[in-house]
Design a protein around this ligand. Structure first.
Ligand code: PMP
Ligand code: GLU
Length: 402
């Protein structure tokens, strides 16, 4: 058999562990196994009825053809209005591009901005795709560690030390997947101060979890605090989380015109417009009643408190109380060196996650792909019964260790 040589750009790129594990849990459940999954980073509900109605109405009205590559004008207007409400900043529709999910928006942004050898800087623990997207753009990922005691927020001195002449892009994710850490006004002020000393650095502000905030003062955005950085910041958001529309694939980027034009050009030569009917659903989501979102966030807050309460009674785990998003990211270092009933030694989050699945039918995402090997990630964007069952299994698994 002839072995096809893949392009070198695929070297070092890993599959998305979050998507792979969520899929694996679904496959096991489809085989009839009683697997509890706390993997998926997606709300456990259907979008609000008016969103679904808009989706169906768009299909019936024949909105099934190509649209403008950057997305339909009314949707870009609605996104600009949302940004104005949020941070008080104006965007023309030519400064907004709608993509097939926030993932594509970030991917295209890095393709448009990063030359081979340029550094793409981000904080660890990080959303795993940043690293692989940076590599696919020919960039060099530069990871800055953050600490539990700092709320997993970048320290300005650490950022200052890490930025240099090769630094091209800084990705800031607040609230963060996987830690739930979020920047407060003072944190962003300090980061902005550093950025002003490094004028060549472009910022990608991933705000996909910005509506999932549980603590007062944790819902800030960089540009609300430092509007002078608007001409070198791309704000990323989308409908996946806020409107429970993960499968409908609508995300966007807003920022300086030349960068948005480059992202749109990339789209025009790769995927063309994002799904036409999904764009109409997104328009209904952004312009419709938002109380549905507030209710979802309140529900997630109750789940967060439940998860934290249940985790606090399990010895050996150390868990940061998230300020936003919908994940907890326990540190399992306290279990390292312990033995499973079958004699395997827990060496890190990966071996612990494998043990949880094999012996207790619980899927979680190991911390390694997020740049934090001694952690595991649990999503609480799922029903309370599942959370309770999952945490019971986690407790039983820890108790069974010797
Ligand atoms: N950024 C972060 C931090 C995420 O967790 C995700 C995963 N949903 C995305 C971006 C991409 O989201 P989507 O492509 O579904 O809009
Ligand atoms: N972002 C979500 C997660 O971290 C969805 C999966 C993905 O896109 O990586 O679980």
């Amino acid at each position: 058999m002839i072995k096809t040589q893949l392009a070198r750009r695929m070297d070092g790129v890993a599959p998305s562990a979050t998507l792979a594990l969520a899929e694996k849990a679904k496959q096991l459940q489809a085989q009839g196994l009683d697997v509890v999954s706390l993997t998926a980073g997606e709300p456990d509900r259907a979008p609000a009825e008016p969103i679904i109605e808009a989706l169906c109405a768009a299909a019936k009205a024949g909105q099934t053809r190509y649209t403008a590559v950057s997305g339909i004008e009314p949707l870009r207007e609605a996104i600009a209005a949302d940004l104005l409400r949020r941070d008080g900043l104006s965007y023309a529709t030519g400064q907004v591009v709608v993509s097939t999910g926030a993932k594509q928006a970030i991917f295209n942004a890095l393709q448009a901005l990063v030359d081979p050898g340029d550094e793409v800087v981000f904080a660890a623990p990080y959303w795993l795709s940043y690293r692989d997207m940076a590599l696919l753009a020919g960039g060099v990922p530069v990871v800055i560690e953050t600490a539990f005691d700092d709320g997993f927020v970048l320290r300005p001195d650490a950022l200052d030390r890490s930025l240099g002449p090769k630094s091209k892009v800084l990705i800031l994710n607040s609230p963060s997947n996987p830690t739930g850490g979020a920047y407060r006004r003072a944190d962003f002020e300090a980061i902005a101060e550093v950025l002003r000393r490094h004028p060549g650095v472009f910022v990608v502000a991933d705000e996909i979890y910005r509506r999932f905030i549980y603590e007062a003062g944790a819902g800030e955005g960089l540009l609300g605090v430092a509007p002078d950085l608007q001409d070198r910041t791309l704000v990323i958001d989308g409908c996946s989380k806020t409107y429970a529309m993960t499968g409908l694939r609508i995300g966007w980027a807003a920022g300086p015109k030349p960068v948005i034009a480059a992202v749109a050009m990339l789209q025009g030569q790769s995927t063309s417009n994002p799904c036409s009917t999904s764009q109409h659903a997104a328009l209904a989501a952004l312009t419709g009643d938002q109380s549905w979102v507030d209710e979802m966030v309140a529900t997630f807050d109750r789940r967060r408190q439940k998860v934290l309460e249940l985790l606090s009674s399990i010895p050996g785990l150390r868990t940061f109380a998230p300020l936003g998003a919908f994940y907890v990211f326990p540190d399992v270092s306290g279990l390292v060196g312990r033995k499973t009933p079958s004699g395997q030694v827990i060496s890190d989050g990966t071996s612990f996650a494998s043990y949880l699945l094999e012996s207790h039918q619980l899927t979680v995402v190991p911390g390694a792909p997020f740049g934090a090997a001694n952690h595991i990630r649990l999503s609480y964007a799922t029903g309370e019964a599942t959370i309770e069952k999952g945490l019971e299994r986690l407790a039983a698994a820890v108790t069974a260790l010797s």
